[in-house]
Write a protein that binds this ligand. Structure first.
Ligand SMILES: Nc1nc2c(c(=O)[nH]1)N[C@H]1C(S)=C(S)[C@@H](COP(=O)(O)OP(=O)(O)OC[C@H]3O[C@@H](n4cnc5c(=O)[nH]c(N)nc54)[C@H](O)[C@@H]3O)O[C@H]1N2
Ligand SMILES: Nc1nc2c(c(=O)[nH]1)N[C@H]1C(S)=C(S)[C@@H](COP(=O)(O)OP(=O)(O)OC[C@H]3O[C@@H](n4cnc5c(=O)[nH]c(N)nc54)[C@H](O)[C@@H]3O)O[C@H]1N2
Ligand SMILES: [Mo]
Length: 788
């Protein structure tokens, strides 16, 4: 492909669909970028005030504060924000964070999107508005359909909507021409029903947001420790001696994790943060649950901040391990846990040989971390036996994401830091139930054991061929190989890389169906026909006419957090509108209409009584026996996790070391490594506002955070308009009209916001093992716009 440079996907033009011209990245009108210095600490009173203000503003006082007090309480509502766990013991009545409050208030929105609204706005016209505007229109309250050739959505009855879905699904030539996407907010009951429905239909095409998120973590952990989940429990933080936080911005994305880190510090632990950006929560923290925190006295959180280059994690971790090995060679047993390695692991020799042959200059150069800092990190690692490593997307979303996770597991294994109190891997999940959805069988590559169990319980032959993950679904859609695409929540369009390609792909179906609470851009790139099915949020009361009961009965659902605890979640709010249904019921009713006659289970009965679904979970899913009883216990129950007890169910029966090379340098002179991050004012593709308070970037999201020296070399100053072009195997993708922002980030590295940067990210750049998109590393070049 040498110099055949192909320009792709300039998003300055709309895509042409049967329903009109659809814009993909409308400018934020009134962009007025304001810059302040980034914050050194997070949370405290300002965060609480901000959350309450948000809850009151969008949802009204009562509707806003009532659900807040229910959040993360035993027998309360599981927070629809992130997947950070709750305390097993006593809980503060204030156990939520600013972002949980925003998520709840966003859901408890009192505004509604009516049939009138759709009459007034064509999909083309809606697409000229920002994502922020779309979600701000309020809650979806009745099913709507965009018919063949139509320009506007119009109301449709639930019965007709299900009949349309069934008729399209019956007319596909093979079940694999349908795909069923899941966003990680879906509860266990919805997820279990959904995957069963897809498999009864005959496909494993069950892409989920996890494919774009922690897939690399699952792969690495399964290979190395025999389970795709972390082993740490919340209590371990209070016992740890050393905690690494790698590629994660907890102050914004998992604020309650800061309380756990504070507990570690109080126990005398040291904290090492590894990140290209000095994120506020990593530097300091004011606990809003404590008076001193409320008043603004902060805990200095990180003892060592290692400002790695983007994708510099393997060279850094390798450096730390190489240093440990050098010390251990000089004084055997002083830095490596030989007994643990001997008893519990396989493959150490290859790793040790790899570390010995690693070149210090390369490790320092590629990580961006000087020798002295690596030595300090190694020294603390040597003197601690109880080590926790927390990580999130800065680690997983790379073309070598799985190897990144493998390398941090290597470090834990070298120190024997797993399967004992105060130590182990802490894979910090994203969506509140993304881990549970996988446990429930939402997986395009199901295990034989799961399929056999489904076969035994439901008396049909489930498909055995692996299905499409998210990226492969996008490719298949684009080839025209998928006729019906169903989304259980989420925003597949804006979550994927290469927004234009994704839009073209989604516009090629016969039918798109999305179950959601709010309107988003995915609803605007319809295939021939498109349905939006509105659903209740997790905070809302869900009354169903269960068989055998007189009158409607309140249903509840359940979720699994980052640490493998399953617990119930009960909505308490009056629904946003009469007639709204829970996504659990919607999935079951869709299944009843489509495969009801041939299914062994009674889908309509399941739609009305979730206990029946939970009985299904109990007899099908490993570790879930007695589900209905156990999930009703206050605080729920832990799923089995053999690695917690050093029972490593891998191919060798032991924990496997791995060898993970330092990636080839792929950024050419004059280019930058571009990573994408969330602002403090968004939940994934849902934008709450244009302020990134902790980073001091206000009123604008179309920005590129750049190193001061790099800016000088390009004669740029903050606020200058720039054009950003990405480079991947001879293809270029360009975004115009972004603004440069000087930021403390390593040289040759830049950061942009997700999802605004997604049109630049090539669909083909994924991790070789997990196929997770490379959202955290894209080669870009930057030029000043002629007009600025
Ligand atoms: N409020 C709020 N909460 C959320 C979400 C949200 O959007 N808003 N999203 C939820 C979801 S689905 C998820 S998956 C999680 C995401 O949680 P995070 O992973 O914290 O999310 P990101 O903003 O993508 O942040 C990635 C972090 O990695 C750093 N980073 C980038 N590249 C690299 C690298 O190469 N190496 C290292 N070491 N670090 C790097 C970035 O500077 C940033 O601090 O949060 C969940 N919680
Ligand atoms: N560049 C870049 N791209 C990324 C990432 C990144 O870091 N950088 N991160 C990736 C990651 S980690 C993830 S998880 C994905 C996220 O991808 P998704 O999970 O697909 O996206 P969300 O933005 O969480 O979905 C928002 C929509 O969910 C719907 N919704 C909200 N609550 C509910 C509910 O209770 N039920 C139902 N049915 N619908 C509801 C609303 O309609 C809302 O518009 O994006 C990925 N894309
Ligand atoms: Mo995620």
């Amino acid at each position: 492909m040498a110099n055949a440079s192909v320009t792709k996907n300039v998003v300055a033009t709309p895509i042409v669909t049967d329903h009109g011209d659809i814009w993909l990245l409308p400018e934020n009108s009134g962009d007025d970028l304001t810059l302040k210095s980034p914050k050194q600490k997070s949370a405290g009173l300002p965060a609480v005030l901000n959350s309450v203000r948000y809850a009151w503003g969008e949802a009204g006082v009562v509707r806003g504060t009532l659900p807040l007090l229910q959040l993360n309480q035993k027998s309360g509502t599981d927070c629809p924000g992130c997947a950070w766990p709750d305390h097993d013991g006593k809980r503060s009545s204030f156990d939520f964070c600013e972002n949980g409050a925003k998520a709840v208030a966003h859901e408890a929105d009192t505004r509604t999107v009516t049939a009138d609204f759709f009459r007034q706005h064509s999909v083309a016209q809606l697409s000229t508005h920002t994502d922020y505007w779309l979600e701000q229109q309020g809650r979806l309250i009745e099913p709507v359909v965009l018919r063949d050739g139509a320009t506007h959505y119009e109301p449709i009855s639930w019965a007709d909507a299900y009949a349309l879905i069934a008729s399209e699904l019956h007319s596909i030539s093979t079940p694999d021409r349908a795909a069923f996407y899941t966003s990680g907010k879906a509860t266990n009951e919805a997820a279990f029903a959904y995957q069963l429905f897809a498999r009864q239909l005959g496909t494993n095409n069950l892409p989920d947001c996890s494919n774009m998120c922690h897939e690399s973590s699952g792969r690495a952990m399964t290979k190395m420790i025999g389970i795709g989940k972390g082993t740490v429990k919340l209590d371990d933080f209070a016992e740890a001696e050393l905690v690494f936080v790698i590629g994660q911005n907890p102050g914004t994305n998992h604020p309650r994790q800061l309380t756990a880190l504070q507990a570690s510090k109080r126990n005398g632990a040291k904290i090492i943060a590894v990140n290209p950006l000095p994120e506020a929560g990593l530097m300091g923290f004011m606990n809003p649950q404590e008076v001193s925190g409320m008043l603004g006295f902060s805990t200095q959180l990180s003892d060592l901040f290692l400002q790695v280059k983007i994708n510099g994690d393997i060279p850094l971790l390798k450096g730390i391990m190489k240093q440990l090995l050098e010390w251990d060679d000089a004084d055997p047993g002083s830095a490596v846990d030989h007994e643990f390695i001997h008893q519990h692991t396989a493959g150490a020799e290859a790793l040790l040989a790899d570390l010995r042959s690693a070149d210090w200059d390369t490790l320092v150069d590629r990580s961006g971390i000087d020798r002295e800092s690596i030595r300090t990190a190694a020294d603390w690692t040597r003197s601690s036996t109880k080590i926790i490593i927390c990580w999130c997307l800065g680690v997983t979303q790379h073309t070598n994401g799985t190897q990144n996770v493998c390398e941090l597991l290597n470090l834990l294994l070298l120190r024997g830091a797993i399967g004992k109190p105060g130590a182990g891997p802490c894979c910090v999940r994203g969506h509140s139930n993304v881990q549970g959805d996988r446990t429930m069988g939402v997986w395009e590559q199901p295990t034989e054991a799961l399929l056999n169990q489904i076969q035994a319980v439901y008396d049909f032959d489930p498909p055995r061929q692996p299905g499409f993950d998210s990226q492969r679904t996008a490719l298949a859609l684009h080839r025209g190989d998928i006729d019906v695409f169903v989304s259980l929540g989420g925003n597949f369009l804006m979550a994927l890389p290469d927004t234009r390609f994704a839009a073209e792909a989604l516009a090629k179906t016969r039918l798109n169906v999305r179950i959601g609470t709010k309107l988003n851009r995915a609803d605007l790139v319809a295939g021939k026909q498109s349905l939006i099915l509105p659903c209740l949020g997790r905070t809302e009361m869900d009354m169903r006419n269960s068989a055998g009961s007189d009158g409607p009965r309140a249903q509840f659902t359940s979720t699994e957090n980052s640490m493998g605890v399953i617990q119930s979640s009960q909505g308490k709010l009056k629904p946003a509108a009469d007639g709204l249904r829970n996504e659990v019921a919607i999935v079951c009713e869709m299944a009843a209409a489509t495969v009801g006659e041939r299914a062994k289970n009674d889908w309509q009965a399941w739609a009305d009584d979730y206990d029946l679904i939970r009985d299904g979970i109990a007899s099908t899913i490993y570790g879930c026996d007695g589900y209905n009883e156990k999930v009703r216990r206050p605080g729920g129950f832990y799923l089995p996790n053999p690695a917690r007890n050093r029972d490593f169910r891998t191919n060798t029966g032991k924990a496997n070391f791995t060898v993970n090379p330092v990636a080839e340098q792929s950024i050419l002179p004059g280019q930058f490594a571009m990573t994408t991050v969330r602002s403090h004012d968004q939940f994934n593709t849902t934008i709450y506002g244009n302020h990134d308070r902790y980073r001091g970037i206000l009123n604008a999201r179309r920005v590129v955070m750049m190193n001061a020296q790099d800016m000088r070399e390009l004669s740029l100053v903050s606020r200058d308009r720039i054009t950003v072009t990405s480079h991947h195997q001879g293809e270029v993708r360009t975004l115009h009209d972004f603004q440069a922002v000087e930021y403390p980030i390593p040289r040759q590295c830049v950061a942009m916001y997700y999802p605004e940067a997604n049109p630049l990210i090539p669909m083909a750049a994924t991790d070789a093992s997990s196929n997770c998109p490379s959202f955290k590393h894209t080669a870009v070049s930057i030029v000043k716009s002629p007009t600025s």
